[in-house]
Design a protein around this ligand. Structure first.
Ligand SMILES: NC(=O)c1ccc[n+]([C@@H]2O[C@H](COP(=O)([O-])OP(=O)(O)OC[C@H]3O[C@@H](n4cnc5c(N)ncnc54)[C@H](O)[C@@H]3O)[C@@H](O)[C@H]2O)c1
Ligand SMILES: O=c1ccn([C@@H]2O[C@H](COP(=O)(O)OP(=O)(O)O[C@H]3O[C@H](CO)[C@@H](O)[C@H](O)[C@H]3O)[C@@H](O)[C@H]2O)c(=O)[nH]1
Length: 345
């Protein structure tokens, strides 16, 4: 029962690999190292007490993926490999459709050819677009507003069609809200040197003196303090959700062989609340200035978590303090990220 983890050297994939190894599963990681290095897997191996089997490969190489699936007798796939920067997807839509859509199609074809029918797929709250209702339930209309969100929605639909066409397929689609934080050891986390527009890495960059101040994108939203509200979820909670999803796949009835659930905490925090929380965790002042709204941002977005609780028996455990403290611990211990990563210096 070996599980193929695509994108397993990356931020979420490395945490997931550790969680699955610790739960006693055998895994093989496939990654093209486009946004990662094998150092993350060396550290996962050290934490788990056993080495991680790794194949450097591209998910778009269907024949190679099929060979890997067969070589390791894989029975299921957790699919993280992809591009993830919403803003970037507006400038490079073809790259996003190629990696996220064509890459997933290639993987699903390789699975189909080798008779593997179980997949957990990394989707995103970005498939909902502007929330019309809060908290956002899974049945909320899916109207993504950028190529990144659309690429994920297209793959969701492909997976649904597969499950409908053949009841032996089983799929768990997981819509992440805002993953943050790092493993408590401080050994694995999100590479601090990767260019990013996300709030948490920018907070740590300012606290660590790598950036002068934070730009707060708008304080005129219809939220308690006027700044944007999001559902930040600790990456360790998020990957626990994958373990529960993997277990839930076995309990699925053939008539109901595909589920889509939100992975969030259900609680929203504003940008200014995040600034304060990070100041407490780091014991540093975080200077900020209010600037105009960022194109494409919504006022507030947080998850309805009822389906995750019912379908997976899963609920996030970590609070904002842990998310900030674990991020800060990771960044302080690894100010230059992993060795070998193209953005490491
Ligand atoms: N981090 C977030 O905020 C977030 C939110 C919602 C959804 N997601 C999704 O979760 C998944 C993992 O995100 P992450 O934050 O760990 O990103 P990441 O960039 O750290 O990890 C993605 C991994 O995929 C690999 N990869 C990229 N293209 C590949 C290809 N063609 N073939 C093989 N490997 C390839 C990269 O090298 C990297 O190791 C992504 O699919 C992303 O879209 C992330
Ligand atoms: O320099 C910054 C960066 C962000 N923000 C604000 O912080 C909040 C969070 O922004 P960010 O961390 O960029 O996350 P989102 O824009 O919510 O998008 C994330 O969350 C989505 C899921 O909801 C994922 O799909 C995306 O990949 C991921 O980037 C928003 O209100 C932003 O306006 C600032 O004020 N200043």
């Amino acid at each position: 029962m070996t599980i193929l983890v695509t994108g397993g050297a990356g931020y979420i994939g490395s945490h997931c690999s550790l969680t699955f190894l610790e739960a006693g599963h055998d895994i093989v990681v496939l990654d093209n190292l486009e946004n990662s290095s094998t150092e993350s897997l060396a550290r996962v191996g050290a934490l788990a007490g056993r080495s991680v089997t790794f194949e450097k490969a591209d998910v778009r190489d269907t024949d190679r993926v099929e060979r890997i699936l067969r070589t390791y007798n894989c029975t299921a796939v957790i699919h993280f490999a992809g591009l993830k920067v919403m803003g970037d997807s507006l400038n490079h839509p073809l790259a996003y459709y190629d990696t996220n859509v064509a890459g997933s199609l290639s993987l699903l074809s390789a699975m189909s050819r080798s008779g593997i029918r179980e997949i957990i797929f990394s989707s995103t709250a970005a498939v909902y677009g502007e929330p019309r209702q809060l908290p956002v339930p899974e049945a909320h209309p899916r109207q993504p507003e950028n190529p990144y969100g659309r690429s994920k929605l297209i793959v969701e639909e492909i997976i649904r069609d597969l499950c409908q066409s053949d009841s032996s397929w089983r799929a768990g689609i997981l819509r992440y809200f805002n993953p943050v934080g790092a493993h408590a050891s401080g050994l694995i986390g999100e590479n601090p040197l990767t260019p990013t527009n996300n709030l948490m890495p920018l907070l740590s960059a300012v606290a660590g003196g790598r950036a002068e101040k934070l730009k707060v994108f708008g304080n005129d939203y219809d939220t308690p303090d006027g700044t944007g509200v999001r559902d930040y979820i600790h990456v360790v909670d998020l990957v626990e959700g994958h373990l529960r999803a993997y277990e839930a796949l076995f309990g699925l009835e053939h008539s109901d062989n595909c589920f889509a659930v939100n992975l969030g905490t259900g609680t929203g925090y504003s940008v200014l609340q995040m600034v304060k929380a990070f100041e407490r965790a780091s014991n540093k002042q975080i200077p900020y200035e209010i600037v105009g709204r960022r194109l494409g941002d919504v006022a507030a977005c947080y998850a309805d978590t009822v389906a995750a609780e019912q379908t997976l028996g899963w609920k996030a455990r970590f609070g904002l303090e842990d998310m900030c403290a674990d991020t800060w611990n990771w960044v302080c211990k690894n100010p230059r990220g992993y060795g070998g990563h193209k953005n490491a210096s």
